[in-house]
Design a protein around this ligand. Structure first.
Ligand code: CU
Length: 182
């Protein structure tokens, strides 16, 4: 998105520059005449691009910015983190414990979810990657340490907020997750 924003700025600059040039030309400043056609062409192409990019921009902007959220760096080094998955409006959401990531089966899948209040999140152990647990950094929930694929742990989120959690044994390799409750 930075790229697009940068482009938009450049486009704006180009547009601004071209109108300055037009004004300058109107004032008979011969020296800018050379660059004028280029600038105008650029500005025209730009306007088209700008318009096409405009509305998708607004949409993907919000998606992208939430996708890049690292929650104060909590998900910075989490290999399988690819944005916050929107699970709002559902009563029950499942997160895998022991998803292939972070150099082994050391991930939560998905790493970050957004849910509505009252939603029950069930963590389901894949049975891979050894023993894992699900521990909220602020102590709101904490599972037992388990390794078998039949293991589950659930927590119902009644309060809005951002919950960061990890598998304590694998936190250093990036087995971390986030639940955003809204
Ligand atoms: Cu683990």
């Amino acid at each position: 998105m930075t790229r697009t924003t940068e482009l938009s700025r450049r486009q704006f600059t180009a547009l601004a520059a071209s109108s300055v040039l037009t004004t300058a030309l109107a004032g008979c400043t011969g020296s800018s005449a050379d660059s004028s056609p280029d600038e105008t062409a650029e500005a025209t192409a730009t306007t088209t691009n700008g318009e096409t990019a405009e509305s998708p921009n607004g949409d993907s902007d919000s998606a992208e910015s939430s996708g890049r959220q690292t929650f104060d760096g909590w998900l910075e080094d989490v290999e399988n983190y690819d944005g916050v998955r929107d699970k709002t409006g559902t009563d029950a959401v499942t997160v895998d414990v022991g998803t292939e990531a972070n150099g082994g089966a050391f991930g939560f899948g998905p790493a970050a979810i957004r849910i509505s209040t009252g939603t029950t999140v069930t963590w389901e152990w894949t049975g891979e990657g050894g023993s894992h647990n699900v521990v909220d950094t602020d102590g709101s929930f904490e599972s037992e340490l388990a390794g078998s694929s039949s293991h589950t742990f659930e927590h119902t989120f009644e309060e809005t907020g951002t919950y960061t959690y990890s598998c304590v044994p694998h936190e250093t390799v990036g087995m971390k997750g986030v639940v955003v409750v809204e």
